[in-house]
Design a protein around this ligand. Sequence first.
Ligand code: ADP
Ligand code: ADP
Length: 233
Amino acid sequence: SLIIDTKDIKKSYVMGSETIHALKSISIQIERGEYVAFMGPSGSGKSTLMNIIGCLDTPSDGTYILNDHDVSDLTENELAEIRNKEIGFVFQTFNLLPRASSLENVALPLIYAGYGKEDREEKALAALDGVGLADRAQHKPNELSGGQRQRVAIARALVNDPSIILADEPTGNLDSKTSYSIMDLFADLHQKGNTIIMVTHEEDIAEYAHRIIRLRDGLIESDEVNKNVRSTV
Ligand code: ADP
Ligand code: ADP
């Protein structure tokens, strides 16, 4: 069943007397459980599209149905509510709280979701275990390697059991070997049924995805099944 359905999405930015058409017409359908990579040159509209898919922003025109909710035209608060429930974000820069332990970082989304302390710790520990870091629960980010930090961030993205994992250049700050181990983790999460949407400008990283969508100038240039899915395990 469809988890993402966008119809003729447009996004324009008005800059003084100029209007920038960041997205001109984007229609994409993604099924539950797919693993999709978005590629495209700088300025092609990837961030703009990810912000809309991730419910951080709304389109200027067109419709976006996320997990059967029409999120095309919601208020900030409604959007935040859907976002917290449906989306697990993974960023290039990890975005962890520096003074908090791995466990506390992972438990953070559960505070907003209203879980009590015991439930939070139990769920956060299970999520850390899922990314192979149960033994690093009390470590702070600066006591972890880059790859371990990204694993903590992935555990945080997963802890609320989101409909979609949205990863923006998840390996952008990692060396190749660590990048591939993060891609192995994504492959594992995909195999377990998670829906993963990733933005990357690295071909060898995109090749881990099962479908590759390329943007150019605010339009879809190509949308293809990846017949040679890469794996390092
Ligand atoms: P954003 O999505 O944050 O608006 P970009 O997608 O343009 O920004 O780039 C994300 C990061 O990847 C930036 O640090 C940028 O410098 C880098 N980057 C983008 N495209 C390339 C490329 N073709 N080669 C090397 N680095 C790139
Ligand atoms: P990418 O992530 O592929 O680098 P973006 O989505 O960041 O592309 O940008 C697409 C186009 O929209 C670019 O021309 C960019 O300058 C413009 N743009 C993006 N965000 C804004 C904004 N907040 N205000 C004005 N123009 C923007």
